[in-house]
Design a protein around this ligand. Structure first.
Ligand SMILES: NC(=O)c1ccc[n+]([C@@H]2O[C@H](COP(=O)([O-])OP(=O)(O)OC[C@H]3O[C@@H](n4cnc5c(N)ncnc54)[C@H](O)[C@@H]3O)[C@@H](O)[C@H]2O)c1
Ligand SMILES: O=P(O)(O)OC[C@@H](O)[C@@H](O)[C@H](O)[C@H](O)CO
Length: 383
């Protein structure tokens, strides 16, 4: 069996690649990074190192690479014959690869390939694969849409493993934390016969993706933005400061209250899940830049993203969201010249009224909440 995986970056090589390979798949990685693609084609293998005592190595083989910028037709032909498509490319990039996936689906139809296929977006977002489906369908004819409705599934997924930006001489080497969790919505699959060992299949992904995004990612981002505000550069240094630790614990308490209320999670189990997350952020074998974890602050301030959605839903339930609100004030001060969204956000805040920027980036219509965010931001910049 073989898989086409879009995004040969940190999580692509460091988690999705490992899982597909250990399940016996040959992997065609698709990326625009020619250094990585050339190295994959030269060597057809790479190593993953576990960031923990002993630094165990995991060998991944039977891989190659396709540069979708130079050879889009090779991507289409790989999709035409593949058993699975996965992505780990970033939510904003999905629309740019949708056309290639659509062409691959059209080619399957044209060649009478009626083998069912699942396309799984492994991105940090709610409803990632279904979002990708919407983008792919924009490129399909009505007939090809009917074919896709019958044979192509887009099951949503949640993936969890911290993989920082890599600094090795070997462009394929990747160091990852030992923890890993990949959950797929089984009810949206077209080919449920392909079940990957170590992947968890569930009938309803929503509680899992919300638990992940509003615990791991809200927590991580809280460490990043509070840390940046206090002058730190790495997650490890930031979380060692008790002010940052207090902030992340406060944020997790609030999202935990929401998740327990909404999904009936067992409070003791949820507390253990949160404690595990904090210990993962403190992993001394990993150096994770605040710049990476805080990247794309406009995306992270989105209506359904890791801060605004829990705040909205806590407010609806008359539950406390003061720490999340305080953190949103700090996100708006995130000023990193290497992050184009941070540059754009700061430019907007200089040129426009802060209240209008807040409305625009969060999509909020609730005037009271917008004013609360404005007050939180002003408190941060006037300190
Ligand atoms: N790194 C993590 O800890 C982690 C964990 C879970 C989920 N995720 C999610 O996985 C996704 C990828 O994150 P990452 O950390 O691996 O990022 P990354 O930047 O390391 O990898 C993304 C890869 O996509 C490639 N790419 C960008 N534009 C492309 C295009 N148009 N066509 C083909 N390839 C393109 C880049 O060259 C890069 O190799 C994100 O949605 C992220 O939220 C990351
Ligand atoms: O990838 P982002 O930008 O959505 O979030 C940054 C990190 O919080 C994220 O990559 C985590 O490391 C990962 O989600 C852990 O599973």
């Amino acid at each position: 069996m073989n898989a086409v995986h879009f995004g040969a970056g940190n999580i692509g090589r460091g988690f999705i690649g490992e899982t597909l390979a250990s399940n016996g798949f040959d992997i065609h990685f698709v990326d625009v990074n020619s250094t990585i693609i050339d190295a994959l084609n030269d060597r057809k293998e790479y190593d993953i190192e576990l960031a923990a005592e002993g630094k165990k190595k995991i060998h991944v083989s039977n891989v190659d690479g396709i540069n979708n910028k130079d050879n889009p037709e090779k991507v289409v032909s790989a999709i035409e014959n593949t058993d699975m498509v996965t992505t780990a490319i970033g939510p904003k990039i999905l629309p740019f690869i949708a056309g290639l996936i659509a062409d691959g689906i059209s080619a399957r139809k044209a060649n009478g390939n009626e083998k069912t296929l699942d396309v799984i977006a492994c991105e940090n977002m709610i409803g990632g694969s279904q979002f990708l489906k919407g983008e792919v369908y924009k490129h399909l004819s009505d007939d090809d849409k009917k074919f896709a409705d019958e044979y192509i599934g887009f099951p949503n997924a949640a993936v969890d493993r911290i993989v920082p930006i890599q600094h090795h001489e070997d462009p394929l080497a990747v160091s990852v934390e030992p923890f890993k969790e990949w959950v797929v919505d089984e009810s949206q699959m077209k080919n449920p016969a392909i079940k990957l060992d170590t992947v968890v299949y569930v009938k309803d992904l929503e509680p899992y993706i919300e638990r992940k995004l509003f615990s791991v990612n809200t927590g991580h981002a809280t460490v990043a933005y509070t840390g940046e505000y206090l002058g730190y550069k790495t997650i490890g240094d930031a979380i060692a400061d008790e002010k940052v630790l207090k902030q992340v614990k406060g944020a997790l308490k609030e999202t935990g209250d929401l998740l327990i209320h909404k999904w009936n999670f067992d409070p003791a189990e949820h507390k253990a899940y949160q404690d595990k997350i904090l210990s993962r952020f403190e992993n001394k074998y990993i150096s994770d830049d605040i710049l990476r974890v805080g990247r794309t602050p406009i995306r992270k301030l989105g209506f359904d993203e890791r801060f605004i959605r829990p705040i909205r839903e806590l407010k609806e339930r008359s539950l406390d969201y003061s720490v999340l609100l305080d953190t949103v004030g700090m996100i708006l001060t995130f000023d990193e010249e290497k992050d184009s969204e941070s540059v754009e956000l700061q430019k907007m805040l200089k040129e426009d009224k802060a209240i209008d920027v807040i409305k625009k980036v969060t999509g909020l219509k609730d005037e009271d909440l917008v004013n609360e965010i404005l007050a939180s931001y002003e408190a941060k910049i006037n300190k």
